[in-house]
Design a protein around this ligand. Structure first.
Ligand SMILES: NC(=O)c1ccc[n+]([C@@H]2O[C@H](COP(=O)([O-])OP(=O)(O)OC[C@H]3O[C@@H](n4cnc5c(N)ncnc54)[C@H](OP(=O)(O)O)[C@@H]3O)[C@@H](O)[C@H]2O)c1
Length: 356
């Protein structure tokens, strides 16, 4: 039985809880939610397990949870890990971190992850911030505490890009990648292809909960830069942040630009790429013209694709036809299944705690 502490309970966390409920019985683990922490809508905790349907009902209707939040969420996480230290010591406590991306420094999510790992909890996140800004330090902390720090949902929703390399390509060196990895900008660019207006396409993405709560993060290429940093740090052993990525957005794209590309048999796409041809890895986010027949040229709406360059297998590609909230929620579910699976396979190292 996994005990889940939800830090952030917006679009992604709510869809995750609904998916976990929907999948009960076909998942290799059971779970209960023991805490929910939000920024402006209070927090709740119950060692016996929260009534998650009631939590969803309260927050969906815009009301707040009973306990008003005082102080920092990281301190609450530390306190909760201490309260649930027996469960943490069993390796069954998991912090599900889905607060908003802060592009300046990846905070407060990085502090949330650090507090959870230090308290003996595993961490599953859909937030790019921690891995984009502090991957090596957090991965080292997780390893030192014998805990998992997993974040498949941070890049390309539910598509197993990070898992693919970690689980199925042992010893293979990733030398670079190219990808269309932001759903909102691809949706806007393909809407422009069809003659629709920029603002209407962006508004649709916001209404569906796909665009970042601050849509400039998508439109100005920051979200793609953050994902590029995550991929470089995890797959290529880089130590970069989103601020090290050369970046361009789609704000200046006009219908005339799109029509001019179409007249040449091309499409405009926001392409993330990285290579280490000149020694140290370098990342870029650029608005590129790609042939309509290229795998990126045929991506419509929220579709994503990535081509990963490797030393042994050449280029390995993944195409995501249906990206969205359910897919991101599934990435969290799949990370939880990974944690549960490793629990049943290996004895859990004990984390020292005051209660022992
Ligand atoms: N939406 C997607 O399709 C998608 C896909 C992949 C990855 N992601 C990533 O997943 C994360 C969550 O996205 P979302 O769409 O669920 O965001 P969201 O709907 O805006 O929800 C964010 C949640 O985090 C809470 N929060 C913000 N700052 C906090 C803090 N300092 N302490 C505690 N709680 C805090 C908010 O509380 P209040 O409501 O009280 O403010 C809210 O419950 C983001 O990092 C995003 O980049 C999203």
């Amino acid at each position: 039985l996994l005990e889940l502490i939800f830090v952030g309970f917006g679009n992604v966390a709510r869809r995750t809880v609904r998916l976990l409920e929907q999948m009960r019985g076909r998942l290799p683990f059971d779970w209960k939610g023991v805490a929910v922490i939000t920024a402006r809508h209070g927090w709740a905790h119950a060692a016996a397990g929260l009534d998650m349907a009631a939590v969803l009902e309260v927050l969906d209707s815009g009301r707040s949870l009973a306990d008003e939040r005082r102080g920092d969420a990281a301190d609450l996480i530390t306190g909760l890990c201490s309260l649930r230290s027996r469960v943490a010591n069993d390796g069954r406590l998991v912090c599900v971190e889905t607060t908003v991306l802060d592009i300046r420094a990846g905070e407060p999510a990085t502090s949330h992850v650090r507090a959870a790992l230090s308290g003996g909890a595993h961490v599953v996140s859909a937030n790019k911030g921690p891995a984009a800004f502090a991957y090596r330090a957090l991965a080292d902390l997780a390893e030192a505490r014998s805990r998992q720090f997993l974040f498949e949902g941070a890049v390309m929703d539910g598509i197993p890009v990070l898992n693919l390399v970690r689980e199925t390509l042992p010893g293979v060196v990733v030398t670079g990648f190219r990808g269309v990895i932001n759903s909102t900008t691809n949706h806007i660019l393909t809407a422009l292809d069809r003659g629709e207006a920029f603002d209407a396409a962006l508004a649709r993405m916001q209404a569906e909960g796909i665009a970042e709560s601050d849509p400039t993060l998508d439109v100005d290429g920051w979200d793609t830069a953050a994902k590029t940093a995550v991929l470089m740090n995890v797959l290529m052993g880089a130590r970069v942040t989103p601020h090290d990525i050369e970046r361009e957005g789609i704000r200046g794209v006009s219908p005339a630009d799109v029509r001019a590309a179409a007249a040449r048999g091309e499409r405009l796409r926001l392409v993330a790429s990285a290579d280490c041809d000149a020694g140290s890895p370098r990342g870029r986010v650029r608005l590129e013209r790609v042939a309509a027949s290229h795998p990126f040229g045929s991506l419509e709406g929220q579709q994503n694709a990535i081509l990963i360059r490797t030393d042994l297998l050449g280029e390995v590609g993944i195409l995501q036809r249906d990206g969205g909230l359910t897919q991101t929620a599934y990435a969290i579910v799949s990370d939880l299944a990974t944690i549960a699976g490793r629990l049943t396979r290996a004895p859990t190292a004990v984390v020292r705690s005051p209660e022992l």
